[in-house]
Design a protein around this ligand. Structure first.
Ligand SMILES: Cc1cc2nc3c(=O)[nH]c(=O)nc-3n(C[C@H](O)[C@H](O)[C@H](O)COP(=O)(O)OP(=O)(O)OC[C@H]3O[C@@H](n4cnc5c(N)ncnc54)[C@H](O)[C@@H]3O)c2cc1C
Length: 480
């Protein structure tokens, strides 16, 4: 019997054959939209495809499948929303199944006394956020991929939302979880407000990109939501560096706007038709969340600091435009509309997000902007913006538009931009090559340099929990 038939027969015993997708056509259609989107526009055929897709709806099924796969050297890539952008879901061999946990979509409890929501890992963020919004609450987690992503992937990629400067990243929001280890064992981490019982075990799973365990259930925090009280303001600035100094002062003085963004001119010209900047100028905008007078009080402070840095107030029109359109590209990304654009323009746009301390971020930005287009002559547009700020530093989200003539070479060309950016970042003491998209199978080629002397800790964790190496091979930890 072929390996595929063997696996399908066994999985059908565990979850029923109606839940095991086997036909080549069905597997092709279910291919995650973010795996090699540019190449796909040009009729790309993946080198490896999954043996089948196993659709699971309860923890016992996940446990049964993992136990079988672990004992039979079958590799497992779990997916939920399939919007991850660093090749996390790329299949790299011929003995892999997709464990599709999207059907695990039950909301188990919305607890407005404890301010928590407990749900299965396949719950779509848009569904749960819409539900709690209608009750006057928010999860405080709003990545640009909100219309696409689900809870499992959001936790597993250590994702961050657009209002993170106030609410934090997913690591600040997850209180507890249930998961299954590769040997089929089920574990629970209770959702307490805080505990001091050894290392924080949630962090074995948050950001582990499905290489250690499958998270089946998660409990996250809930916040009161006051959208009608939000304060907003937009500004033009002398240059991007002034924007960095301005957000640094806002953060280090102790103010916490929910949105704090600074765009360089290239990024503004490319993405914001409505804002006109002179050469070198930058665009910044802020919003403040909170109850009662909080938004106006903090907003007034943000405004005062902005004026101190010579900012010109331009009102809220451009900010409103951003709020209305902030998730719009999810409508077309990885669809025939986008593929058509790729074929017409032969230009592919992709982001690379890094972060660093305040004392290094300005130099990193300058060096990347100066050296990357020199090294990669087919970069058509190369802009950047700040979008997630902390008391000790900030991220920069670079957006590269790359002219790609040979679609078969598209991902290597993208990797070359990534490498050029990583080369600059890795020279610095307090900087990281990944702020929020995860490592996947793209930035994994630089992970040993990134983690340095702490890399063996990550490798040891992987070996301890997944000694047979069945969980998403090549993701987060290099192959071989
Ligand atoms: C247009 C667009 C905008 C984006 N904007 C943002 C943004 O603002 N902020 C941000 O952080 N990211 C962003 N991303 C990246 C992506 O949306 C996030 O990484 C998201 O968290 C992925 O969630 P998902 O449900 O789609 O996960 P998937 O793609 O299904 O999976 C992602 C990873 O998590 C693992 N995984 C999935 N489910 C589980 C589980 N139950 N247990 C264990 N591991 C699991 C998978 O194996 C994989 O490694 C964006 C992506 C796109 C395409």
């Amino acid at each position: 019997m072929s390996l595929k038939n063997e696996v399908v027969e066994k999985l059908s015993e565990i979850i029923g054959n109606e839940n095991v997708i086997t036909s080549d056509e069905a597997i092709r259609i279910a291919d995650p939209r973010m795996v090699r989107p540019y190449a796909k526009a040009f009729d790309y055929k993946p080198e490896h495809v999954p043996l089948c897709i196993a659709k699971v709806s309860e923890t016992g099924q996940v446990s049964g499948i993992l136990k079988y796969c672990n004992e039979n050297d079958i590799h497992v890539i779990v997916k939920t929303g399939a919007s991850s952008s660093e090749d996390q879901l790329l299949v790299v061999d011929d003995r892999t199944i997709y464990l599709d946990a999207a059907p695990m979509d039950k909301i188990l409890e919305i607890n407005t006394e404890n301010m928590t929501v407990t749900m299965q890992c396949g719950v779509a963020l848009a569904v749960i956020e819409g539900k709690v919004n209608s009750m006057g609450y928010t999860l405080g987690h709003a990545p640009q991929s909100l219309p696409l992503a689900s809870m499992g992937g959001l936790v597993a990629t250590r994702s961050i939302g657009q209002f993170s400067t106030f609410y934090g990243g997913i690591e600040d929001l997850v209180c507890g979880m249930e998961g299954v280890l590769p040997n089929g064992e089920v574990f629970r981490i209770r959702p307490v407000p805080r505990r001091a019982v050894g290392p924080d075990l949630r962090h074995l799973i948050i950001g582990a990109e499905g290489v250690i365990a499958v998270m089946t259930e998660v409990t996250v925090k809930l916040f009161a939501w006051y959208p009608e009280l939000m304060w907003k303001g937009g500004y033009t600035l002398k240059d991007f560096e002034t924007g960095l100094a301005l957000v640094r002062e806002i953060m280090t003085k102790g103010y916490k706007p929910a949105v704090a963004r600074v765009y360089d001119k290239v990024d503004v010209d490319h993405h914001y038709g409505s804002v006109r900047l002179e050469e070198n100028e930058a665009f910044a905008f802020f919003s403040v969340d909170g109850p009662g007078a909080v938004p106006d009080v903090h907003g007034a402070a943000v405004h005062e600091i902005a004026l101190k840095y010579g900012a010109k107030y331009i009102g809220t029109k451009a900010v409103d435009h951003w709020f209305e359109n902030r998730n719009k590209n999810c409508d077309t990304i990885g669809t025939e509309t986008e593929y058509k654009k790729f074929r017409e323009t032969k230009v592919c746009e992709f982001p690379i997000e890094i972060s660093s301390s305040w004392d290094e971020i300005g130099d990193i930005y300058q060096e990347i902007k100066a050296t990357v287009p020199e090294r990669i002559p087919n970069i058509a547009v190369f802009g950047g913006h700040v979008s997630h700020c902390y008391v000790n530093g900030t991220n920069i989200y670079f957006v590269a538009s790359l002219k790609i003539d040979d679609p078969d070479n598209a991902h290597e060309e993208q990797y070359s931009v990534m490498d050029a950016i990583c080369d600059v970042v890795l020279k610095h003491k307090n900087a990281t090559i990944v702020h929020h998209h995860g490592v996947g199978k793209s930035r994994v080629r630089r992970i040993k340099e990134e983690l340095g002397s702490s890399y063996p800790l990550l490798a040891a964790l992987k070996n301890t929990f997944d000694p047979n190496g069945i969980m998403n091979p090549g993701c987060l930890i290099p192959l071989g």
